[in-house]
Design a protein around this ligand. Structure first.
Ligand code: ZN
Length: 449
């Protein structure tokens, strides 16, 4: 058991003073405020729970910034997807490992302490399996372990080219798993005890049929593990789902699958008010990725409405055009302000601190999506902490209670001093100790010729 002490820590959505945190086996065993420091190790002046990143496609990091030139008048998600397929075609276990390892170190330096890897590039470019079949999964596991980030691996099922059972295109062959092979991969992961979590992902309703989704959800290995799905992201997909099934995607998913607290509905951008209410009744988390959703022109999620209904959400960096959790959270609040013409959309009379609400709610939703049994600085949660740099000039004019708002909305220059994952320090003085090694391997692997 190790005892940590913080002068101020964000506990259950508000700053508490003189906080002692006991950690056992990487998990928080006890939290006390107004406590004496005694011989506890010092965690910092301003300490936040680490942020889970609930949606990542690590290989897409090498594509970020390369699709921002006009190519045709109808540039869209669907034309971007072709560039993404070309990037996916270059992935192999070695390349994926070095891309993911640097990405995960970058994410840690920005305050993300866990990542859910929605992983669908499983096989060789011609569709043949690697030996072992989980070689690409192993690359992600090794990358997370070297970087020191908490991993929830979500091997993704992808079987068809559209809602009418269209076959996969040649460039999609490397995503394909037969159901039995897929469930076997999950069983293989369950047999390992190597410090990572796993769950399942269904790529989308267009990529897997209803019967198969039901079979995955009923698999015993997933009884208490997360299940993620891309849903309701692009309007074209909504219309196709409506034509084929007579239902919009979220209604359709709830018709065919036992949606519950295991589920993370990634994007849910075009959810109607009734669909949002249905998600809240199921207890599922919505996975919001505002920088990617903006980059791809997906649309605006009704975050204000959803929060007033009591909905749970977390954030993800998805295609990695943004790596800073503060940027995702600002976009959430700002898109609501731009739509309503008002301010402080995600605050209320009982919860007035918008920055504290954003950070705490996304931590809790993210922990649920990672498959953790609790979230935040609370008993049973992963001992993940970030320490703000108390010497940042952005904090000089503000009271202790306003530090989080200054950090999140006023762009502190030296954002994070230390990061602790499962009770272990992985970032000191804002920098990952292996950064130079990770960077040069990344540059060698991806440098454009
Ligand atoms: Zn995604």
């Amino acid at each position: 058991m190790r005892r940590w002490f913080a002068d101020f820590a964000l506990v259950q959505g508000s700053w508490q003073r003189d906080v002692c945190i006991d950690v056992e086996n990487g998990v928080i065993a006890r939290v006390c405020s107004d406590a004496p420091r005694d011989d506890a190790d010092y965690l910092g002046r301003y300490v936040l729970p680490g942020m889970p990143n609930l949606h990542s496609h690590a290989f897409q990091r090498a594509l970020a910034g390369r699709t921002e030139r006009f190519e045709r008048p109808d540039d869209s998600f669907w034309t971007w997807r072709e560039a993404m397929y070309r990037e996916a075609a270059m992935a192999d276990p070695d390349r994926l490992f070095v891309i993911a390892r640097l990405l995960y170190a970058d994410l840690l330096e920005m305050g993300y302490t866990r990542v859910c890897e929605f992983h669908y590039v499983h096989h060789q470019a011609n569709g043949n399996h690697y030996a072992p079949v989980g070689a690409m999964s192993d690359a992600l596991i090794a990358a997370a372990q070297e970087a020191g980030i908490g991993l929830t691996l979500l091997p993704t099922l992808y079987q068809r080219g559209g809602f009418r059972d269209e076959p996969l295109a040649p460039r999609q062959q490397r995503f394909a798993f037969a159901l039995d092979d897929y469930l076997h991969l999950l069983d293989t992961l369950a047999a390992r005890d190597e410090g990572f979590r796993f769950g399942a992902a269904i790529h989308s309703l267009r990529a897997v049929d209803a019967e198969t989704i039901a079979a995955v959800c009923a698999s015993p290995v997933l009884r208490a593990r997360p299940i993620h799905i891309h849903i309701s992201e692009q309007r074209r997909e909504l219309e196709e789902c409506l034509v084929v099934h007579g239902r919009y995607p979220i209604d359709r998913l709830i018709d065919i699958a036992p949606v519950d607290t295991r589920f993370c509905l990634v994007h849910a951008t075009h959810a109607s008010h009734d669909e949002l209410a249905a998600i809240v009744r199921c207890g599922a988390v919505v996975g919001l990725c505002p920088t990617t959703e903006a980059n791809l022109g997906d649309g605006l999620f009704e975050i204000g409405d959803y929060c007033r209904l009591g909905g749970r959400y977390g954030i993800g960096s998805d295609s990695h055009v943004g790596l800073d959790p503060r940027e995702e959270l600002r976009w959430l609040e700002y898109q609501a302000r731009l739509a309503s013409g008002q301010r402080n959309e995600l605050g209320s009379a009982t919860r007035p601190d918008v920055a504290a609400n954003l950070w705490s709610d996304a931590v809790l939703g993210g922990a649920q999506a990672c498959g953790a049994s609790a979230g935040g600085i609370a008993v049973g949660a992963d001992a993940d902490f970030i320490e703000l740099d108390p010497d940042d000039p952005a904090f000089a004019p503000v009271a202790d209670q306003e530090v989080l708002a200054a950090w999140l909305f006023a762009s502190a220059r030296r954002p994070i001093k230390t990061v602790t994952v499962s009770g272990k320090r992985v970032i000191q003085e804002g920098r990952h100790s292996q950064r130079d090694v990770f960077e040069s391997a990344f540059q060698d692997a991806v440098r454009s010729v």
